[in-house]
Design a protein around this ligand. Structure first.
Ligand SMILES: NC(=O)c1ccc[n+]([C@@H]2O[C@H](COP(=O)([O-])OP(=O)(O)OC[C@H]3O[C@@H](n4cnc5c(N)ncnc54)[C@H](O)[C@@H]3O)[C@@H](O)[C@H]2O)c1
Length: 441
């Protein structure tokens, strides 16, 4: 009987009769839903946001890179339904958790979404179910936060139910790598849990890598993001030095990249953005304290990266100063508030911090972003509410300075430089244009 439940869940997965529940229908959850449906699984999506649920059930996408046709297709085939009703959880064979894991103001992990979700799952848990946590978090979360809630029912892990951690590696907007071909790491509480998790993900992903425990899988994801954060901080710091030395850091990186081994290019920018890199490393710093350990690289990288918006503002001030203008009352146009090129995601975007700093100093700021028509009430800037302005030759000419924060592909940089008085470029987007109006930042 003990092994019987593993055989049963693996059998259902392989036959694709397993009913999949995905909790949290955002940037991570929604692509997963689609991928499972593409492989003919029936999927129920759970979200607390009623508006999202209604939209999805009408086949409407609220994420730019997820085409509505995909949603309409899985709806037409009756493979997917979204709901806010957690009682449906007991019908699921496999439950995948993709809820947010933000930081609190003091940079401590906010696990409230994971806690609430696991409480709901525990309330509806039945024998034979497989639960996978995908939200990025510190090593120990699956075992210390989820497992006790599920065991409270008197069920035994690896026998009555299965529990794994499998980090998400979504890269929104990446045309080469998508949910189906990004290798996936899985670590279960017991070997049977790992086995069940491996079978689940093998149905939708080309390569699944199993590791010894959920802790290894949790740490793996953090290492990947800390690696990026530290290396981005390194080039951000060197950019400031190179600038003082009159050297173009972008040319240096490009030259270093010709080395066929032992070098990997990272690029400077206006600061970190998005849901992962600015946040996840601090999950490990927090946990490290329990082991009386200070994660110095993480702290230093965080300090450098969060200082970049100030650096950009100082470069804007320098540029205006050279033209005999001060920042107060200057008209500044921000180009791009998405944290990443060609996406519609402005979470933790350095663009918002730069707008806020410029406004504090009395500048008159507008923004344009082809993917973000408006924003308001963001977590860190509750008073900030703006609408994207239209870009025309006439409108561009009214600004004292245009600042390239996001290098969206659809911007015509030659046209922007030609019609602007001053361009501060944080992404080397205007690299092919020769003009003394451009300042790199
Ligand atoms: N966005 C990425 O590229 C990315 C990549 C890798 C890992 N991650 C990680 O994946 C997790 C989810 O990130 P995301 O970008 O998809 O977030 P998101 O904000 O886009 O989506 C999360 C969804 O969860 C819903 N939600 C919140 N609480 C809920 C609850 N109790 N029950 C049901 N639904 C609930 C929200 O309404 C939202 O729709 C985070 O831990 C993040 O760090 C994100």
């Amino acid at each position: 009987m003990k092994e019987g439940r593993t055989v049963e869940i693996v059998g259902k997965i392989k036959e694709r009769t397993a009913h999949i529940g995905v909790i949290g229908l955002g940037y991570v959850g929604l692509p997963l839903v689609i991928r499972f449906c593409e492989e003919t699984f029936r999927v129920t999506g759970f979200d607390i946001d009623d508006r999202k649920v209604k939209k999805l059930n009408k086949g409407v996408s609220y994420i730019k890179h997820i085409p509505p046709e995909k949603l309409r297709e899985i709806k037409r085939k009756k493979l997917f339904r979204a709901t806010t009703d957690y009682s449906q959880l007991k019908k699921m064979d496999c439950i995948i958790i993709c809820v947010p894991t933000p930081l609190r103001k003091n940079k401590e992990p906010d696990l409230s979404y994971v806690e609430n979700t696991s409480r709901e799952i525990a309330g509806h848990l039945r024998k034979g179910q497989l639960v996978s946590l995908e939200s990025t978090t510190y090593p120990g979360t699956t075992r210390e936060v989820l497992l006790p809630k599920f065991e409270k029912k008197g069920y035994r892990v690896g026998e009555d139910f299965f529990l794994v951690f499998s980090p998400e590696r979504e890269d929104p907007g990446n045309r080469r790598y998508h949910t189906g071909n990004i290798p996936k790491v899985v670590g279960g509480i017991t070997p049977r849990c790992t086995e069940a998790g491996k079978h689940l993900y093998e149905q939708i992903i080309t390569k699944v890598i199993t590791v010894a425990s959920p802790e290894v899988a949790e740490f793996t994801k953090l290492l990947e993001n800390i690696f990026r954060s530290v290396n981005i901080a390194l080039v951000n710091e060197l950019k400031i030095l190179a600038d003082r030395m009159g050297i173009d850091i972008w040319e240096v990186i490009s030259a270093s990249s010709t080395k066929p081994f032992g070098f990997m290019p990272f690029y400077p920018g206006p600061g970190l953005g998005g849901h992962c890199i600015p946040i996840d490393p601090f999950y490990l710093s927090w946990k490290a304290k329990e082991f009386d350990f200070n994660t110095r690289f993480i702290e230093l990288a965080g300090e450098i990266n969060t200082g970049m918006p100030d650096y950009v503002v100082n470069r804007i001030i320098d540029g205006l100063n050279k033209k005999g203008k001060c920042l107060k009352n200057a008209k500044v146009l921000i180009l791009g508030v998405a944290y990443k090129k060609d996406t519609d995601d402005s979470r933790e975007s350095p663009g918002l911090e730069i707008i806020s700093l410029l406004k504090d100093k009395g500048a008159r700021v507008d923004y344009n972003d082809p993917f973000i028509p408006s924003f308001s009430g963001m977590r860190h800037y509750p008073g900030l509410s703006m609408e994207s302005v239209r870009l025309t030759t006439v409108s561009l000419r009214k600004y004292d300075c245009a600042v390239i924060i996001t290098d969206h592909s659809q911007y015509d940089y030659t046209w922007i430089v030609r019609n602007s008085k001053l361009v501060v470029d944080t992404r080397n987007a205007a690299r092919n244009i020769k003009s003394n109006k451009i300042i790199k930042a």
